[in-house]
Design a protein around this ligand. Sequence first.
Ligand code: ZN
Length: 275
Amino acid sequence: MESCNLPPPRLAVHTITTKPWSTEQCIEKYAAAGVGGITFWRYSFEGRDPAAVGRQARDAGLEVVSVARGGFFPAPTEPARREAIDDNLRAIDEAAAAGAPSLVLVCGAVPGQALADSHAQIRDGIAACLDHAAAAGVVLAIEPLHPMYAAERSAINTMAQANALCEALGSGPNIGIACDVYHTWWDDALEAEIARAGAAGNLTAYHICDWLSPTTDFLNDRGLMGEGCIDLPQIGRWVERAGFAGFHEVEIFSGRWWASDQDAYLKRIVDWAEK
Ligand code: ZN
């Protein structure tokens, strides 16, 4: 039902935020709640045709914002690194088929491998995907991850590192940065690095949630916006000042919220965006 108090069209939700819901339920429920965009996690395409899923979302009135996620480039052997690149090429194809202009990259790391080696493998891995991304019309959005993930998930841990990586790769139209507040809020260079990304045309995605205090699980205890200690209005202003006009993508991994009534939870998300 139409109403005059729909949330801003720039609100998008990642399918993993409402993990208990099927792909079809996410599309139907987000659209009904007045959410403007959807980011599909790759598991959302399992057993489905990404092109059909993308069409279904657009038919429901949602913009397909992004696909999450590619990356994980570092590996101890050349064949394993080649395999990672191949998987990223497939992810780019899935994003293009779904009509998503962007693929989020969680860059990867190998426990025990020097971070500098991982940095080089990440740079080479992304470079090997850039032509394919350009042909597909997909932006590869590097997401810096909180340093607590440096050993296993990503050797790219700050906006400064993500900016330097984009710049090393030429800051072209198919490279960008997904700035996620969960990973970056603590950084005293955040304002300056957001501005740097914006000035170079590299700020292409913005992910929101909250950091709970105390936090009980470093993967699956993210908070709903307003529940924790991240100054979202402040970071939102920095992002806006940097020229970012895209979606504010809600991405929450939370055992607690996943165990709750998903309709009520989605309403909380939308209510937060409306206020
Ligand atoms: Zn994110």
